[in-house]
Ligand binder design. Structure first.
Ligand SMILES: [Zn+2]
Length: 251
């Protein structure tokens, strides 16, 4: 495929040294999916490319690209940074995990569609100091569909009831009403409030979930539930997740 010069808007989220003085950086873009860029000579003292490739920088990046493999960073414009994400260890860990999740749900250059907006929304919120744990759980629940897991959260999988007390069944892929708990002995055994939170954050448009207030206990339970849903259905084993779990031991 022919290489062309292209301007993309995006957020840098992973970087690593490459060869002597080059940098590889991943960028999540609005229309061109996730791109790995090589910035040649970026680590040389006189290079200006490096500063535009700090984690959680965003703006316009001008690339030589063929729409596959490595693209080459030529220059950039109007680069800003999510300062909160860059400097706060906890915010950084949550944001890195979110972008890692997005990264694994899509192949390179595959358009992210609404999930780009979801990720940008989440990063902005966390950067501004919103409840990072809750924002991350929202992303996790809404991203299940991108992984091909679309849990039924609207009504009981067996009878279709949509009012009452529910629990979550990983085996059956969604919620069960109390009359049908018996159909899965291994259901998550959540209390109705906890299942209600999973339903809400999985179903409602994320813009409306920005300021949702959840008690610590419930948040802890829904986190464990979401972790199990991911483990049992997708099994990613992400380093960013492990790091986040380690951090939270001390919270
Ligand atoms: Zn039922």
């Amino acid at each position: 495929m022919a290489r062309e010069l292209k301007e993309v808007q995006g957020i840098v989220f992973k970087r690593q040294k490459y060869h002597e003085a080059d940098l590889l950086a991943k960028i999540m873009t609005q229309n061109n999916g996730i791109i790995t860029m090589i910035a040649r000579g970026a680590l040389k003292p006189k290079s200006k490319l490096s500063a535009a490739l700090l984690n959680f920088s965003y703006g316009t990046y001008v690339l030589y690209t063929s729409g596959q493999g490595l693209s080459t960073l030529r220059t950039y414009k109007n680069i800003k940074q999510f300062d909160g994400l860059f400097s706060d260890l906890t915010k950084n860990a949550y944001a890195s995990f979110i972008l890692d999740l997005i990264d694994h749900a899509f192949t390179e250059y595959q358009s992210l569609g609404k999930y780009n907006d979801l990720a940008v929304f989440a990063l902005q919120k966390i950067d501004q100091g919103a409840d990072a744990e809750m924002i991350t759980q929202i992303v996790q629940m809404q991203l299940l569909a991108a992984y091909g897991v679309e849990p039924e959260l609207r009504h009981c999988l067996v009878c279709g009831r949509d009012q009452g007390d529910f629990d979550y069944s990983i085996k059956q892929g969604g919620i069960l009403c109390s009359q049908h708990f018996f159909t899965d002995a291994d259901r998550l055994h959540l209390n109705p409030k906890e299942t209600a939170v999973l339903r809400t954050i999985g179903l409602l448009p994320y813009e409306r979930l920005g300021s949702i207030q959840i008690s610590k206990n419930i948040k802890h339970s829904t986190r464990k539930a979401i972790d199990r849903i991911y483990q049992d259905t997708i099994d990613l084993n992400l380093k960013t997740k492990k790091f986040l779990d380690e951090l939270n031991l001390f919270v």
